[in-house]
Design a protein. Structure first.
Length: 350
């Protein structure tokens, strides 16, 4: 039985930052994640994708953000159960919770924070009859390593931030970048849309709207795609077709824990502390929902901070916490000193 003060389900950016905020309050953390390494989507799906809205970093790769968060939190010696999925939760007579993974590992804690991001996820695939035969043969739904496209012809389909950002990023790597979207308007950030249009004007991006990819051509791997623009058909030679239509999230076993669910997300009270309908269980980051919710990493950081304050009050009902700024008090011991940070403890990696 692994015992801790705060059990965090999900080791993505929000979960990792929770370790730091909890550590400042002298709360011990242990994290569970179904992936074999920390970082969530940032590590598994797009470690080389640049992120532009992390405070203090005009641009940072998703993988580097994960490394920084691990470095920031390791001084508080978090434990990790990796490669295992949180399967069941049971409340004990003493008010603590026991969370058991799909491999039977049991964890006990008085506070549980669900930071599972989008949960388990599958890419939303375009309705192209023969697309499955080209998967891993020129069709990719995520970009893990941009160097894979060095000197190649790439067709990206989509109208959101991922499609826009990767189209911009790959112009310096791929020999040809074509962006296809079924509408003239995009759903992404305005500055990204403007950047794509600027690169289109100077010939760095081949922007085709409104249009859709309707077929893939090639003997064993992708050699070309067929575009439909109204009644007009167009064949574009390419080495890779990357449809970026987002993810279809699923909560998985967490959906059966008796939590209040709305549109595949966990409802929380954001007016107080991001607690769920079950006292002692919190939900932070992309996995939760409340009026005005924004699914941004920086919002997850904010939610983690307030959640840790609430957790401290639950665990220390007779203590009055006085907020201290790290610039004044330091980090370890709040005594203005900084000690050598030990390596994080890893419970299981499968």
């Amino acid at each position: 039985m692994i015992k801790t003060d705060l059990l965090i389900i999900g080791a993505g950016p929000t979960g990792l930052f929770t370790v730091f905020e909890a550590g400042l309050l002298k709360l011990k953390c242990h994290l569970i994640d179904a992936l074999p390494q920390p970082g969530g989507q940032c590590s598994e799906l797009y470690p080389k994708k640049p992120i532009y809205d992390i405070p203090g970093f005009p641009e940072i790769l998703a993988g580097d953000l994960t490394k920084n968060l691990l470095e920031q939190g390791k001084q508080f010696e978090p434990g990790f159960t990796l490669g295992e999925r949180a399967e069941t939760i049971e409340k004990q007579d003493d008010g603590t919770f026991i969370v058991t993974t799909n491999k039977g590992t049991q964890h006990q804690a008085p506070i549980v924070a669900i930071a599972g991001g989008l949960g388990s996820f599958e890419p939303r695939k375009p309705l192209i009859d023969n697309i499955t035969q080209y998967e891993e043969n020129g069709v990719e739904y995520f970009i893990k390593n941009p160097e894979h496209y060095r000197g190649k012809k790439v067709v990206i389909a989509g109208g959101g931030d991922s499609a826009l950002d990767w189209s911009i990023f790959l112009t310096d790597i791929a020999s040809q970048v074509t962006l296809v979207h079924r509408r003239n308007e995009f759903r992404g950030a305005l500055d990204s849309v403007e950047k794509v249009r600027e690169l289109t004007q100077i010939g760095k991006i081949n922007l085709i709207t409104p249009a859709e990819v309707t077929d893939i051509l090639g003997t064993h791997k992708v050699e070309a795609v067929v575009l439909a623009k109204g009644e007009e058909k167009q064949v574009i030679e390419t080495d890779h077709f990357i449809p970026l239509f987002g993810l279809s999230p699923k909560l998985g076993p967490i959906a059966n824990w008796g939590l209040e669910i709305e549109k595949n997300a966990i409802k929380v009270d954001n007016a107080l502390d991001y607690q769920t309908n079950i006292p002692g269980i919190f939900a932070i980051g992309d996995v939760n929902t409340y009026p005005g919710k924004l699914k941004l990493i920086l919002c997850g950081f904010h939610e983690a901070t307030l959640m840790c304050q609430a957790a401290y009050k639950i665990l220390n009902p007779n203590k009055k916490y006085v907020l201290k700024y790290t610039t004044v008090s330091g980090i370890n011991g709040f005594d203005g000193t900084r000690k050598q940070a030990p390596k994080p403890v890893v419970q299981a990696i499968n």
